[in-house]
Design a protein around this ligand. Sequence first.
Ligand code: AMP
Ligand code: MG
Length: 416
Amino acid sequence: MEPFAAIPISVDEALDRVLAVAHVLSVESVPLLEAEGRVLAVDLSSPIDLPPFANSAMDGYAMRAIDTTGATVDNPVRLAIIDRVAAGSVSTRHLTTGQAARIMTGAPIPAGADVVIPFELVREDPPGTLVVNMPLNSGNYIRLPGEDVTRGDMPLTDHMLLGPAALGLAASMGFARLPCYRRPRVAILGTGDELVPPGEPLLPGQIYDSNDYMLAPLARRAGAEVIFLGRAGDSEHAMQAVIAQSIAAGVDFIVTSGGVSVGDFDMIKEVLRVAGQIAFWRIRMRPGKPLAFGTIDGIPLLGLPGNPIAAFVGFMLFGRSLLRRMQGQTALPAFLSARCGEPIRNGSGKRNFLRGRATIADGQLVVRLAGGQLPSQLAPLVAGNCLIAAHEDRTQYDIGELIPILPLDDGSFQPG
Ligand code: AMP
Ligand code: MG
């Protein structure tokens, strides 16, 4: 065993080592409707101005501002309405002195006009004649070409996570497909002779496999395609065979759970040591100190502890970050700061990830513990909506003190 690996490293050091092996995957062209949650792989230069042409910001009338000089309620200006311009059509008329055109929102401003006045500020009297009773400033209610995005601007850049707003902008620039980093293929493997898939009867000594059913959606939420490798029993040989198979099948990342602690049947470390390289296997964190990470044939393998909470936390911190980095994302999941709603103790001397529930009080995030804190207890994670990260150097956080929290990536973080 590598000598350094025996010394537990900090969470931050572990994350650095995980990210050090992350290589960004290749680029593929993705249809816009399938690009949500993907990471853009180019600086996208706009081929057009947005808006592409001067257009009306309101339903109203277009005219020449100079014609309204000196207009008052007692001495209004009267203009002849000579055209009607709908969105999607272009006026063939050139407005001259004394003329106006009815115009709809988004319709191109007719030549000669330099101002729009909304319907509600004017009247037609008689129909066909516009009565304007105030002077107008040139440019009002006109959207200028390029005022949102100028041709050649790059409002969407390499490494950006594509959300609904970014996709809307890409569409308005006319892109039907976007170059995105490929999704990582993740193999998920549960280990342990005691595990049974849900739906089957439990024999004495058996439990249902729960980790695979948490890790798969967590990986998908991090942008991955998941390949289930099923469950390996507690046989190093069987495990090695399944892992070798998945590497041959071209997976980008292998995530196992169970089999990493110092028990008699803990073999992932051994598999890593024999077939690949161990980057670390002990972290100063709770839960989940026996967490192994390394590579086999250059493919990263994250060996999570079997305890469900430890597996969950380990994946949230390391698996998700690695997946994001493989897809070209530079930003990592961010911790927020919350005020302690109760004293939070940490006697462990390790980074202690506690199950918490954050709420908002007086506009501030306040966090409390969510139920029991054993690494085998899943229910508190469901009752909670975040992980509280008590630092290894702190034994207690008092009420009102700030503490970092990591929102759960499952939609439950709605502290309001
Ligand atoms: P291990 O890391 O293999 O020593 O497992 C630690 C604990 O986690 C044991 O109680 C296992 O039964 C449990 N465990 C391991 N894998 C899973 C799994 N996939 N689903 C639920 N519990 C598990
Ligand atoms: Mg086990």
